[in-house]
Ligand binder design. Structure first.
Ligand code: HEC
Ligand code: HEC
Ligand code: HEC
Ligand code: HEC
Length: 194
């Protein structure tokens, strides 16, 4: 009986130690996951603050998965010997968020149907998408990269906007392409999120 109890203590200790090991060094957040654009909506949709969600949902990026079901997509796919564009790596690699990454990089709230979502350009959101963290990042108190937040550069765009795009347009956008711009209006930064 005594022996058994000792084992329980040893095993429990090992489990706790393993838990600390996977959590990493003190202060290090767990590996970030994609949560989906819907999770950004509640704080980034007011007109006063630039309505980033609305701007994105009216841009082609939010329809990049749906567009793979159009006759035009099937035409492009057939020419490449691809059967179903919405199921093929050959197309999904540029038409959804985080394609090809391991399953544990995606939260249950994430869905491919959001196409090229916020997190394609800003990084997986699970560690940064709380108001406190976002305010701390913006005010310089927290380092964006430690929480997985990125500000895209033209290299981010060039991952998909390049000559490998089979639709034939091969546009090289700069990161500040006015067609997708969604700035926070000057003066609105320090106000409440809603
Ligand atoms: C709970 C509210 C909340 C949620 C949810 C949220 N944000 Fe934010 N976000 C903020 C606040 C507050 C700021 C600071 C600027 C401001 O006052 O609007 C901010 C700022 C940002 C910035 C600018 C950071 C900088 O350094 O200037 C980006 C980019 C951003 N958010 C992206 C996202 C993305 C992508 C998501 C979804 C994964 C998201 N946010 C979800 C509240 C939120
Ligand atoms: C290298 C990245 C990349 C790959 C791979 C890719 N696409 Fe695209 N696709 C884009 C980009 C970027 C655009 C928007 C600009 C453009 O048309 O080039 C686009 C646009 C489209 C459009 C809209 C074109 C229009 O005229 O409105 C369709 C349809 C499409 N792609 C289908 C496909 C299909 C089907 C596949 C797989 C066989 C595929 N794409 C693979 C990047 C890619
Ligand atoms: C195709 C890439 C792309 C997507 C998708 C995207 N963004 Fe951005 N976002 C950018 C770029 C580029 C900037 C400007 C970066 C800079 O100023 O350095 C930006 C800036 C921002 C800012 C800061 C604006 C400012 O004035 O400080 C916020 C907030 C933001 N995005 C939120 C979002 C949210 C929320 C979504 C989804 C609803 C989203 N973004 C989707 C590329 C993207
Ligand atoms: C993951 C791949 C991917 C990334 C990264 C990406 N795009 Fe796109 N972009 C696409 C696809 C796919 C389309 C076409 C979707 C469609 O036609 O439905 C598109 C469409 C566009 C359009 C046309 C939008 C419209 O509504 O007319 C612009 C402009 C654009 N992208 C700019 C950018 C910029 C700027 C960046 C970087 C900050 C960027 N994209 C990053 C895949 C991407």
């Amino acid at each position: 009986m005594k022996r058994q109890a000792l084992w329980i203590v040893v095993v429990a200790g090992a489990v706790i130690a393993a838990g600390f090991a996977t959590a990493g060094a003190e202060g290090t957040a767990p590996a970030p996951q994609y949560v989906g654009a819907g999770k950004c909506r509640m704080c980034h949709n007011s007109a006063r603050k630039g309505a980033q969600y609305k701007v994105w949902s009216e841009s082609k990026h939010s329809h990049a998965f749906e567009v793979l079901a159009t006759p035009k997509a099937l035409e492009i796919a057939t020419a490449k010997g691809v059967k179903d564009p919405q199921k093929s790596d050959a197309c999904l690699q540029c038409h959804v968020t985080g394609h090809g990454e391991p399953a544990d990089h995606f939260a249950a709230t994430f869905s491919d149907s959001s196409g090229v979502g916020c997190e394609t350009c800003h990084g997986p959101g699970s560690n940064y998408y709380t108001r406190t963290v976002m305010m701390d990042i913006r005010s310089g108190k927290a380092k964006a990269e430690e929480f997985g937040l990125r500000m895209p550069t033209s290299a981010t765009c060039a991952k998909c906007h390049n000559e490998k795009s089979p639709s034939g347009k091969s546009v090289n956008w700069t990161a500040d392409s006015t067609k997708i711009a969604h700035p926070i209006p000057a003066g609105a930064e320090t106000e409440a999120a809603k």
